[in-house]
Design a protein around this ligand. Structure first.
Ligand SMILES: Nc1ncnc2c1ncn2[C@@H]1O[C@H](COP(=O)(O)OP(=O)(O)O)[C@@H](O)[C@H]1O
Ligand SMILES: [Mg+2]
Length: 358
């Protein structure tokens, strides 16, 4: 009985990392261990390595000497997508592969924040967890400034925390806009940076969630929500991201630090860990199911969720390709590993349920 291959579709940087034995983001040995457990062999390739006409792929497979070698194989029946694809020809290629019977999960992993908001907002239970969000326009900015004392303006599509600005009311007339460490006061005339972002179609305006603080700095959470070995959604782990002193964004790329949720919550007497965990879990599972009804192959996301000062979970964004590194940075080794193992368990489930496993 031969051991089936499982495809891991990656982009150029990660691919060259595997080829040359340098880990760029992905922890390949976690995939290897998970595959061994499930009696599978991982094979790593880029989109351009797949030949739909011949049904073959030229991919990297670990050889007996522990080094990765290129091999020509039949395209695996199940592929876990870890690449980001922007152009239409790549998306079309993924669709053609799916039409040919290959199961690719998480194929669609780049979505606009506004679209995700609109999908979740249709459900009444979920909508309680959403900050008010609008497309950027000067008119919407004016309306949002009438309704809220703090606003966030940010790119509609991923930014690693770059390009996020904060607007804050000081008194009846005075406001400030903050970008990174710089601040501009204003009354009627908008500072250039605000004028530009608020009128750009690539930005959204959002009510700022009054995030709970850890030792004076706001924090939010990365919640890994994945499909598991029984084909069901689960919360694989939750990690806190604490903003750098004086910052309003928590991203690691902007100097944020990662800590386990229990550790952060343990330092805040008003917050109850078990209750918070349960509420986040409930919200996250309901949210991914709603998203899945629009994006059928969804199976692995990283949600950014904020907590208000009294511990109520508020949705910030959905990352379609969570780099998972936050768990490593918080030294949550078991959870970090599980974020790699769970998608492989799901791949095994897909293989077995379609009768293609051996
Ligand atoms: N509505 C909001 N309220 C409070 N903080 C926010 C809000 N939106 C974004 N942030 C902060 O900015 C960070 C980056 O925003 P996010 O929507 O996650 O975009 P990205 O990570 O793609 O840059 C968040 O992790 C959070 O710390
Ligand atoms: Mg984010």
């Amino acid at each position: 009985m031969s051991v089936p291959y499982i495809g891991i579709l990656v982009d150029g940087l990660i691919y060259s990392g595997i080829k040359h034995g340098v880990p760029y983001f992905e922890r390949i040995h976690f995939y290897e261990a998970a595959c061994k457990k499930h009696h599978l062999i991982p094979c790593y390739f880029r989109l351009k390595d797949l030949n739909i006409e011949t049904g073959q792929v030229n991919g990297l497979v670990k050889g007996n000497n522990g080094k990765y070698e290129l091999k020509d194989l039949q395209i695996p029946a199940v592929i876990h997508n870890r690449g980001l694809f922007f152009n239409n020809s790549s998306k079309e290629k993924l669709k053609r592969l799916q039409r040919s019977g290959v199961m690719i999960f998480n194929d669609w992993n780049r979505y606009g924040k506004l679209m995700v908001h609109q999908i979740l907002n249709r459900d009444e239970d979920l909508s309680r967890h959403l900050p008010e969000t609008r497309k950027a326009s000067l008119e919407n900015l004016k309306e949002m400034m009438e309704k809220h004392n703090e606003l966030i303006i940010k790119p509609n599509s991923g930014s690693l925390g770059g390009g996020v600005i904060l607007i804050k009311r000081i008194d009846n007339e005075q406001w400030t806009v903050t970008s990174h460490q710089q601040r501009w006061p204003f009354t009627d005339k908008l500072p250039d940076i605000l004028q530009k972002k608020a009128s750009s179609k690539y930005y959204i305006i959002q009510q700022r969630i009054p995030l709970a603080k850890s030792e004076g700095s706001p924090f939010d959470l990365r919640v890994s929500v994945q499909k598991n070995g029984t084909g069901e959604w689960q919360v694989t782990g939750i990690v806190g991201k604490v903003a750098k002193k004086g910052s309003y964004v928590t991203n690691v790329a902007q100097g944020g630090t990662c800590r386990p949720l229990w550790e952060i919550v343990g330092g805040i007497p008003e917050l109850d860990y078990d209750m918070i965990y349960k509420q986040i879990e409930e919200f996250s599972l309901q949210a991914v199911k709603e998203l899945e009804s629009h994006f059928p192959s969804l199976a692995d996301v990283g949600l950014d969720i904020g907590l208000t000062e009294d511990g109520f979970p508020m949705f910030i964004e959905c990352n379609g390709r969570d780099l998972r590194i936050t768990f490593g940075k918080a030294k949550m080794m078991d959870v970090w590993k599980a974020t790699y193992t769970t998608p492989i368990s799901y791949a095994r489930y897909l293989l077995d349920s379609k009768g293609k496993g051996e």
